[in-house]
Design a protein around this ligand. Structure first.
Ligand code: 9UX
Length: 71
């Protein structure tokens, strides 16, 4: 069944940042839903199976932001 995980993302300061992170995370294989919370600095990702954290980190990096901590 789907897995939902919330990650801390640093560096987002506007809705364009939110869009960039949302788009990159949405492109990962198996991702079904992405909710990015600008105020909280978080991204909540629902996927068909658990995502490798390095895939999530790479997607956030690609968008121009950083995954905080190891999650
Ligand atoms: Mo505008 Mo959000 O440069 O980084 S996209 S603040």
């Amino acid at each position: 069944r789907p897995v939902t995980q919330t990650y801390a993302v640093t560096g987002m300061t506007c809705e364009h940042c939110v869009r960039a992170v949302t788009d990159e995370l949405s492109a990962l294989p198996g991702v079904q839903d992405v909710r990015v919370d600008l105020a909280a600095g978080s991204a909540t990702v629902t996927s068909a199976a658990p995502l490798p954290v390095e895939s999530v980190r790479a997607a956030v990096d690609e968008a121009g932001y950083e995954l905080a901590g190891g999650v």
